[in-house]
Structures are given as structure tokens and as C-alpha cells.
Design a protein around this ligand. Structure first.
Ligand SMILES: [Zn+2]
Ligand SMILES: [Zn+2]
Length: 183
């Protein structure tokens, strides 16, 4: 068993000497957002590299990274958890502000700057946000998923429950045809 640990990158050496550093690892089981978790099938792999920028007193850095994994999303028709590939790239301008407790985003002119106060930079918020932004709105377990029976809720990919709901009115029939086309 691999010990779960918090994704981070240590920038102590960069703060002292400049240059670049990188880190890579995997996130297991789920991507944690503030209010929810996105379950994963298999590990989500990430890598991040950081370079100190010249000037600005050596307190500014350019970070770029990517994360890729399979999110388990519910099929929009039958609700079966379905592995859905997600790949995200992200970039940040970072500035070190000793003593700052939490990551903070500020705007200076046109630029967004991410402030951090600990040389061991917590990557969880960056990785999670990037991953969540690339999630598709919906997914299908397969192109021709038959969905759930509106009468008994059976998964029609797995069983034929024998219900054949018929729209009662001409308008109903027309509506379900239109909705069927949209689906
Ligand atoms: Zn489905
Ligand atoms: Zn049924």
C-alpha cells in the first residue's frame, strides 16, 4: 500500500538560489474539491515545474503543470459510474510572501498572481481546480445507452423489464420524439 500524501513542491532551494525544479506523482481514489470529491478510476498522474523569474527580488516564479486521469462520472441516461478521461494544463505566476497562511490570488494590472507563504507549496488547490474545470458536463456509458425504465427504474442495458410506456397524447408523442432527438 502506498501512503497517501499531499501533493506539494518544495521551493526552498529556488528561493535561495534560483533556477528550476519539478515534481511529479499520482493522486489516488479521488480529487478533493472544497465541497465534493470526484472519484477516480486508477491514479491521476500530475507533474509540475517551477522556475524562478529574474528580478522582483527573486520572489516570483512561473509554475506550469498538468494532470491526467479517469474521473468516474454518472452516465446521464442510466447513472452507471463511467470512467471519463480528463487532461488539464495550468499555469500560474507565483509570488512568495513569507508568513502568508493560505494561498491567495491577487490582481495586479492585467495579471493574476498567486501568493504563497510557505516554501513547501501545496499543489492540491491547483491540481483540483484544473482537473474540475476540464470535466465534461455529461457523459454516456456507451453511445447507445438505453437508460432507465421510466416505470420501474430498471437499467434497460441489463434487463428488459417488459414495460413499454406509451405517450398518451399526440402532443406527448411529439414531445418524446423531440426529446429523444435531443438526447
Ligand atoms: Zn448509460
Ligand atoms: Zn420497467
Amino acid at each position: 500500500m502506498k501512503e497517501p500524501h499531499i501533493p506539494s513542491i518544495n521551493l526552498s532551494r529556488l528561493l535561495r538560489e534560483g533556477g528550476s525544479t519539478d515534481a511529479r506523482d499520482e493522486i489516488l481514489e479521488y480529487i478533493a474539491l472544497q465541497e465534493e470529491r470526484i472519484p477516480l478510476e486508477g491514479p491521476a498522474k500530475w507533474k509540475v515545474s517551477v522556475t524562478r523569474l529574474e528580478g522582483e527580488g527573486g520572489q516570483e516564479f512561473w509554475l506550469s503543470g498538468e494532470i491526467a486521469g479517469n474521473a468516474m462520472l454518472e452516465c446521464r441516461r442510466c447513472l452507471t459510474p463511467t470512467p471519463t478521461p480528463v487532461r488539464a494544463h495550468f499555469q500560474y505566476l507565483l509570488r512568495y510572501e513569507a508568513g502568508l497562511q493560505q494561498l491567495e490570488v491577487i490582481e495586479e494590472g492585467e495579471e493574476e498572481i498567486l501568493l504563497f507563504g510557505h516554501p513547501d507549496l501545496d499543489l492540491v488547490p491547483l491540481l483540483s481546480e484544473a482537473f474540475a474545470l476540464e470535466l465534461p458536463y455529461t457523459t454516456l456509458c456507451k453511445e447507445d445507452c438505453k437508460g432507465l425504465c421510466p416505470v420501474c427504474g430498471a437499467n434497460l442495458n441489463e434487463v428488459d423489464c417488459g414495460h413499454h410506456p406509451k405517450p398518451q397524447t399526440k402532443l406527448g408523442a411529439e414531445l418524446s420524439r423531440l426529446l429523444g432527438d435531443l438526447d
